[in-house]
Design a protein around this ligand. Structure first.
Ligand code: FES
Length: 232
């Protein structure tokens, strides 16, 4: 799918008709569609998502983690989010049977903290804590950036310069399935690969880490994927 057809498809099916397109196009990126599947290869049904729980999948590249979250109630669209370079875009809100499901890149837009199999310093929290008055945020424990999961992952606090990139999802009500089809906002994939390329090449086998994911991608609970989650 080329850029024009991605925009057209999203305008029709993803509520992105009001997207602000910058001249150099770093706000929308289209990637080959991948259907989210369960670890056993069966279709992943959206209705099995537990509200408030962290789920991860790796997309659009095998090395780039994303959060899949059910906020628990309808999440409406937001206007005028901004990238660090000043480009504005509108965020389409949640998808799924209750329009409560969202997905974001799990790579912090500050210094690229991200979940690995060994440990995660970044995760979604649906409730406020003694350290934070905010609920329903993605919290990065590295320098305590917080991103509003109900509003396009806009920055609520901390040094992060811009929202987490949104993973644009297409929901099939007929099959209760989700597909990842593009990113919205400024992703940090280039910086991620240049910072961690050596490790990622070892983990994924040479250049495979930078090749787009195939037609399916596994989604699993963060506590199944990752051995230790840091709470802060
Ligand atoms: S890396 Fe996330 S706040 Fe610094």
């Amino acid at each position: 799918m080329d850029r024009r057809s991605f925009i057209a498809a999203c305008g029709a099916g993803c509520g992105l008709a009001s997207l602000h397109m910058p001249a150099h196009g770093d706000v929308v990126r289209n990637f080959p569609r991948s259907v989210l599947t369960a670890p056993d290869g069966r279709p992943f049904r959206t209705s099995v998502l537990e509200p408030g729980r962290n789920y991860v999948f790796h997309w659009p590249f095998p090395a780039t983690p994303c959060f899949l979250l059910d906020i628990g109630e309808k999440v409406g669209a937001r206007k005028n989010l901004r990238t660090a370079s000043g480009h504005a875009y509108d965020w389409p809100g949640g998808v799924g049977p209750r329009q409560s499901v969202v997905a974001y890149s799990a790579i912090c837009s500050h210094r690229l903290t991200h979940p690995t199999r060994d440990i995660s310093f970044i995760a979604y929290r649906d409730k406020a804590t003694s350290h934070s008055p905010h609920d329903r945020v993605i919290h990065c424990c590295s320098e305590h950036s917080q991103f509003d999961a109900t509003a396009g992952a806009r920055v609520l606090s901390g040094p992060a310069p811009q929202p987490l990139a949104t993973i644009v999802l297409d929901y099939s009500a007929e099959r209760d399935e989700l597909s990842a089809i593009g990113t919205l906002g400024a992703d940090v994939f280039d910086r991620f690969f240049s910072s961690f390329g050596f490790r990622l090449a070892l983990e994924h086998g040479g250049k495979r880490a930078t090749k787009p994911v195939g037609t399916t991608v596994i989604v699993q609970a963060l506590d199944h994927y990752c051995r230790q989650q840091v709470r802060c």
